[in-house]
Design a protein around this ligand. Sequence first.
Ligand SMILES: [Zn+2]
Length: 149
Amino acid sequence: MNSYKLTFEMVPEECWYSNLRSVLKPADWDIVRKDAYARAGGRCSICGRPARLEAHEKWSYDEERALQKLEGVIALCRSCHEVKHISRTYAMGRGVDAMEHFMRVNKCSQMDFHAALERANEEYLRRNRVEGWVTDISWLETKFNIKLR
Ligand SMILES: [Zn+2]
C-alpha cells in the first residue's frame, strides 16, 4: 500500500510499551540505542544525511492477532523521526517542517503527503478499535538478551 521510503508509524493509544526507554533499565536502553547508532555510521537510516541521530523503535501491528511486535531499533535524524511520530509533531507545531521533509525524502507532492496522512489516520483509527494488544519484544531478548525490568 505504501512504497514511500519515509512513512508515518501509527501507534494505537493502548500500546504504552511503545516507548522502550520507559520500560528498560537506562543501561539496557543505552546498549540498544548505541547499537543502532553504530550500525548507522553517523547517517540517518532513512534519508541518509549525516546528522545527530535519535533512536527510533520500529513496531509492526497484526490487527487480527492484536499483536504489537518490536521489529528493531534504528537511528534517524530528527526530521525523519518527527515524520514517524506525525501526530505528536503536529501537536508541537512542527507539522509544516515534517511535511516538507516528507515531500523531499519521498520526492512527492503536498497532495501525496495529505493522501498518505489520511491513510495513516485510517490505520490509526482501525488499530484503536482493536482491544487487548499484546506486545512482543523478543527482538530485544534474541539480539541483546535484555529482559524487561
Ligand atoms: Zn533522516
